[in-house]
Design a protein around this ligand. Structure first.
Ligand code: ZN
Length: 306
């Protein structure tokens, strides 16, 4: 990843953040929904009644969270936090793809190394135009630099996950691995309200201390099954499209990058990747959705034999 100039934020940056959040939520969720308290209350009723029927520790956590977060974000946070629950069978495991029914043509697009000023926004716009949800493995120090982009990721309904604080490949001892991972989960939580339990090691290195710590802390270590190779500096964007279309399998996880360098070719490739996969009959899910599908099948063997 290129070195970037870190802009030191003044103490009142959080106030700016609240305003930015309001702007993002206004444009993405719909002005009416925010301005009309009555309609907002009506829309929240189904969730509230579910919570009353089956209150869990997770919902108590959400309630506590709502008091810490700007009011404009609480509704979306409630959805996001609750949808991030990780089935037990994936905790502390390394996962390359989901084992789903061959006929279940689902695939997960993942984007690493952001948030990145221009390309993350462009990728979010393309996903929004196509009504697709994806998963973003973000770098902690970039979250600190661009909190508004990370909030848009969550407000748009995508899953967000941990890709370390500084994106280094060297060996980490337990204390430094803990710092890389804990600090990133913490800033994602403080910025969006989502407590992630998905971790992807930079470069996919599983033996430098990071993945070991993540597993110890019950994260699922999320690798990938389809490489777009969008970090290859010499390749044309059509090559990324071909790589993904050739490698796609039901339950697959596609590796792409919205940050960490010049990702204009990824932005060029994405619409063609989406239309190509759609032509093959695929639908798009987030990593939590993909894992929940496998979990549902594992607990319901009849489903997987259909
Ligand atoms: Zn990376």
């Amino acid at each position: 990843m290129k070195k970037r100039v870190v802009i030191r934020r003044k103490p009142f940056a959080w106030k700016k953040l609240v305003f930015l959040s309001l702007i993002i939520v206004s444009s993405c969720v719909g002005v009416n929904r925010l301005l009309s308290q009555t309609s907002s209350k009506n829309q929240q009723q189904p969730q509230a009644s579910q919570a009353q029927v089956n209150p869990t520790a997770k919902q108590q956590q959400v309630a506590a969270l709502q008091q810490q977060m700007p009011a404009s974000l609480t509704k979306i946070n409630q959805h996001a936090v609750m949808s991030e629950e990780l089935p037990k069978q994936f905790q502390g495991r390394t996962i390359y793809q989901a084992k789903v029914n061959k006929n279940a043509k689902v695939i997960a697009l993942t984007f690493d190394d952001g948030p990145w000023t221009k390309t993350t926004t462009q990728i979010l716009d393309i996903l929004q135009q196509n009504n697709i949800k994806a998963t973003f493995f973000v770098v902690g120090k970039m979250v600190q630099e661009h909190p508004e982009l990370v909030q848009r990721i969550v407000v748009d309904g995508h899953a967000i996950a941990n890709h370390t604080w500084s994106h280094h490949y060297h060996r980490f001892n337990r204390a430094t691995a803990a710092q890389e991972i804990d600090r990133t989960t913490d800033i994602i939580y403080k910025t969006t309200g989502v407590k992630t339990n998905l971790f992807r090691p930079p470069g996919g290195f599983l033996n430098n201390g990071l993945a070991t710590y993540a597993k110890e802390k019950d994260y699922a270590v999320m690798m990938w099954s389809v490489v777009s190779a969008d970090t290859d500096p010499r390749a044309k964007y059509q090559a990324f499209v071909n790589n993904v279309l050739k490698g796609a399998k039901p339950g697959g996880i596609v590796l792409m990058h919205d940050g960490g360098g010049d990702r204009r070719r990824t932005v060029q490739a994405l619409p063609k990747i989406i239309s190509g996969l759609r032509d093959k009959g695929y639908t798009f899910v987030t990593i939590p959705e993909l894992l929940n599908m496998q979990d549902g099948q594992s607990r319901n063997p009849q489903l997987s034999s259909q």
